[in-house]
Design a protein around this ligand. Structure first.
Ligand SMILES: *Cc1c(COP(=O)(O)O)cnc(C)c1O
Length: 354
């Protein structure tokens, strides 16, 4: 029996996608060769790559001024790749510091140039700051649309005096994508899009053209744009899975439908937490993430009891991130609505000693 997987990433994927992938590993589209075995230069994989990019463009409404890139690396790679490409040694980029991930991005920017903290919600990281203070001439403004570990999310992107760069790893395609003001959006795939070890980048063509030219080819965004993400052998299977996930999103009604369902799922859990005496949410209501619901029990013992009961009932992945503790339920696109009700029932049962 498959478990209910609340993992923060790699995370649960739609059943339909897994079934299709099972088939395609054996035989891709009746070609007699599996997706793992096809040459990346062959026409069969060529069709997969086209389908992935076209699907992404259609589902998210991405215009021609943006390139869609598949980079064989996780989101962490972009923490350094972004400043290396776009930040000069004597230049400043502004960063919104909302948690563990932005902290890592800031650390990497500081290896290259100056990172100015435009806002911070340290040390509790329970909210997305509402007031931002920018440096005089930032090269770009970086923010993390959803803080996977603390469970906060920007409702709308910040308004900034420079191009926005967004780490959207844990909420890309969970809601309509507003690219206004954005020069580059990157996301590791293993939350909402597919397997780990591959990231999707949506970037303005004119922005990446202005990046540094004295870096190794795979360290320049322009290489991926110029060579259709095929400068070297891409993660063919990852791209296949992303294409399938995007097709599934379209069948479900697109990003607007995803948002409605995600809001409904998260609401069930937040409502329960708000009314409970034993459990309490971490994030401030206005900044609550629809993807990662972080919460605590009244006592450590209660949390441990809950985790033991969860395991016994087939609910997995509810322990909070090792850096913050507590509990976390990740409710990405593919997480089933019934699963949230099962979690609420479990929390209620444990609270009342059932
Ligand atoms: C998961 C995550 C990352 C890290 O992704 P890797 O694939 O491990 O590099 C970065 N940023 C955010 C917001 C994440 O959720």
């Amino acid at each position: 029996m498959r478990k209910l997987n609340f993992s923060s990433g790699p995370a649960t994927l739609p059943e339909q996608v897994l079934r299709h992938a099972q088939g395609a590993i054996w035989d891709l589209d009746g070609s007699g060769i599996g997706i793992l075995e096809h040459s990346h230069r062959g026409k069969e994989f060529g069709r997969v790559l086209e389908r992935a990019e076209a699907g992404i463009r259609e589902v998210a409404g991405i215009g021609d001024e943006y390139a869609v890139l598949f980079v064989t690396a996780g989101a962490t790679h972009h923490f350094s790749m972004v400043p290396e490409n776009f930040l000069g040694e004597r230049e400043t980029a502004d960063y919104c510091h909302t948690g563990v991930w932005s902290g890592k991005a800031i650390e990497e920017a500081r290896r290259v140039g100056t990172a100015h903290i435009a806002c911070t919600s340290a040390p509790s990281f329970a909210a997305v700051p509402s007031a931002l203070t920018f440096s005089a001439t930032p090269r770009y403004v970086h923010y993390t649309s959803n803080e996977t570990i603390y469970g906060t999310q920007w409702r709308t992107p910040p308004t900034a005096p420079a191009p926005l760069v967004c780490d959207a790893s844990s909420d890309l395609f969970s809601r309509p994508l507003d690219l206004t003001g954005h020069a580059l959006v990157y996301a590791g795939a293993q939350k909402n899009l597919g397997p780990s070890g591959i990231s999707l980048v949506i970037a303005r063509k004119d922005f990446i053209e202005n990046g540094r030219r004295d870096l190794p080819p795979l360290a320049q965004y322009r290489t991926y744009a110029a060579e259709h993400s095929m400068h070297n052998t891409p993660n063919t299977f990852g791209i296949y899975v992303i294409a399938e996930v995007v097709a599934w999103i379209r069948e479900q009604g697109g990003l607007a439908a995803m948002q409605v369902r995600n809001a409904r799922k998260a609401q069930v859990l937040y409502d329960f937490l708000d009314h409970s005496k034993a459990w309490s949410g971490h994030a401030e209501p206005a900044s609550r993430s629809l993807m990662n619901v972080t919460f605590r029990g009244a006592t450590k013992d209660l949390e441990e009891r809950m985790l033991a009961h969860a395991e016994a009932r087939g609910l997995s992945g509810l322990r909070g991130h090792r850096s913050v503790g507590g509990l976390r339920a990740s409710l990405y696109n593919a997480f089933p609505e019934d699963g949230v009700h099962e979690l609420v029932k479990l929390l209620d049962d444990v609270e009342h000693g059932r």
